[in-house]
Every structure is written in C-alpha cells, then in structure tokens.
Design a protein around this ligand. Structure first.
Ligand SMILES: NC(=O)c1ccc[n+]([C@@H]2O[C@H](COP(=O)([O-])OP(=O)(O)OC[C@H]3O[C@@H](n4cnc5c(N)ncnc54)[C@H](OP(=O)(O)O)[C@@H]3O)[C@@H](O)[C@H]2O)c1
Length: 274
C-alpha cells in the first residue's frame, strides 16, 4: 500500500513521536526512497538524529521542506499549527496535498491558514502507530482526487490500519481509538496488579497481562467473530471465567468503558472551544 505514495516528495513538519513514527513507517515500507522525504523540526539536534537514523533529508527550515513537496504532513502540536501554516503557506500550491495529524484542528481551521482551494486531509492517528500497529482515521477535505486519497492511505498504512470517516464522527473516533490505548493500558496494568495480588511476581504478571490483551485482540481480528461469541467459548458452566466475569458485570465494567468513551468524546468538543 505504501507503494501508492511512491514517486511523491513528502515533507514531514515536526519530528516528535508521531513525525518519527511516520518517517520510520514510510522508510521501512520500502516504497518511498528516503531522499524523497524531507523532515523538518525546530530543533537542529532532533533533525540530525532523524537524518542519521533514517537516511532522510532533514533541516530546520519548514518552508524549504514544503517547497519541493507533493505532500506536506503537519506533525506539530495543535498549539503550533497556526504558526506553521502561516510559515509554509507560501510553499503550498494547488497540487500540494496537506495532511494534518493535529488533534482537534478541523479541516475548516486548516483551510483558513492555507491558500484558497488547498487540498487538505485531517488524520486522527493513535499511539500504536509508533510500533506500526496504529489506527489512523482520515477526514477528507473538498476537491480531493482518488489519487490524493491513495497517497494519504499509502502513508498511513505504513504505520497500521486506515479508515475514512465524515468529520462529524471524528470526536467519537477520538474517544474510541485516539484515547483508547490509555484505557487498554489501564486494563493491562489492572490485570497485572490482580496477578501480583494473587502472589505472582510482577514481571510474570505483566507478561501474562500484555500477551493476553495482544493475543485476544489478534484472535478477534483474525476470526472476525463477535467478541461475545468468542467470550462464550471460553466461559464454561460453573467455571473460573464466568466467576470473574460476574464480578466485572456487577462492578459495571461495560457501562464504565462506554461512559469513558462518551466523556472523552465530549472533552474533544470542549477542547475545540477553549
Ligand atoms: N503521539 C501520539 O500518540 C499522537 C496521537 C494522535 C495525534 N497526535 C498528533 O500528532 C501531533 C504531534 O504529536 P507528537 O506527540 O509527535 O508531539 P511532539 O513529540 O511534541 O512532536 C512535535 C515536534 O514538532 C516540533 N516542533 C514544534 N514547533 C515546530 C515548528 N514550528 N516547526 C517544526 N517543528 C516544530 C517539536 O519540537 P519542540 O519539542 O522543540 O517544540 C517536536 O519535535 C500533534 O498535533 C498531536 O495532536 C499524536
């Protein structure tokens, strides 16, 4: 899939956690030559680390990075987006595809900082992108071609799975896949703590908890079966699993997870007006 982006010059503005994950994914995907990527970061030392690690071109000049790029990926914090747009807009032409991963920044806000008619895609990635197991959800701005979508999907497929949604869904997406890794990490920690409480050494408990979450997710994804059906298969009458599940149901586990998604979704809306 990354091959869809082959032949494109890609500028990555901001080489922090997400910028680096994208560079690493694109380079290891093999379809895009490292010297087709120009990564820019405000910190010269950071650019240098990225250049040595991935063999891409780097620098601290965002305009230079964007000038010869077909695709400009904005991977700075949301609070820096306006400054970066003001800076790079001179380098954006009608054929440049601008992709922003900044949480909460809408297509409309991005368009305000770019020349009229600019091609824009907003993406909500998540933390597992750092190990190429991310979930990146794309929102398409107006006037994009099929080729633009292919190129964007090519880039984000290099760090996991992609999905396209309407912008009105993106706050709920943030509540599920954006914030979701933190909920799952809490579950892993709680499972391990339970093991420690029952006498297991911490390292063994954590290994069991992590592999159980990873393996179960993999099983559900590979079989495509509804989670409830898989759960029923390992829940024997009068057994250990149903005894544990009873405690979770009594404690309102499902309602609590669902309420967490609702609260995170509403928080995404609140953040936009703050
Ligand atoms: N990390 C995630 O899991 C995740 C998930 C979803 C969405 N995102 C989105 O991804 C974006 C980047 O997040 P991150 O976690 O990668 O942040 P980060 O680690 O802080 O990376 C941002 C990088 O951009 C640099 N930078 C700041 N201002 C710049 C400028 N004007 N020009 C060029 N570079 C500049 C920063 O340098 P300094 O440190 O020197 O300022 C830093 O190296 C955010 O908008 C965030 O909403 C991240």
């Amino acid at each position: 899939m990354i091959k869809a982006a082959a032949g494109s010059n890609i500028a990555i503005i901001g080489c922090g956690a997400m910028g680096e994950a994208l560079i690493a994914g694109i380079v290891s995907g093999g379809g895009v030559a490292p010297d087709s990527i120009f990564a820019s970061d405000s910190l010269a030392e950071r650019s240098e680390v990225i250049r040595k690690q991935y063999g891409v071109r780097t620098g601290t000049d965002n305009v230079m990075a964007a000038t010869s790029a077909d695709v400009v990926v904005l991977a700075v914090k949301p609070s820096r987006i306006n400054d970066v747009l003001a800076e790079v807009q001179v380098a954006i032409t009608g054929s440049t595809l601008v992709i922003s991963v900044a949480a909460g920044i809408t297509i409309g806000q991005l368009a305000e900082g770019l020349p009229a008619g600019a091609k824009i895609i907003r993406v909500m990635p998540n933390m597992p992108a750092l190990v190429r197991e991310g979930m990146s959800v794309l929102v398409l701005g107006p006037g994009l071609s099929d080729r633009d979508l292919e190129v964007a999907q090519g880039i984000f497929c290099a760090v996991g799975k992609t999905l396209v949604v309407e912008e009105q869904m993106i706050d709920a997406v943030t509540g599920v896949s954006g914030s979701g890794p933190a909920y799952v990490l809490l579950l892993i920690e709680a499972l391990a703590d339970g093991g420690v409480r029952m006498g297991l050494p911490r390292d063994i408990a954590l290994t069991l908890a992590t592999q159980t979450v990873r393996g179960t997710a993999h099983l559900q994804q590979q079989t495509g079966e509804h989670p409830a059906r898989l759960k029923d298969r390992i829940t024997s009458p009068g057994g250990t699993t149903i005894a544990g599940l009873h405690v979770l149901e009594k404690g309102g586990f499902r309602g609590m997870v669902s309420a967490a998604v609702e609260r995170a979704t509403k928080r995404a809306v609140e953040l936009r007006s703050e």
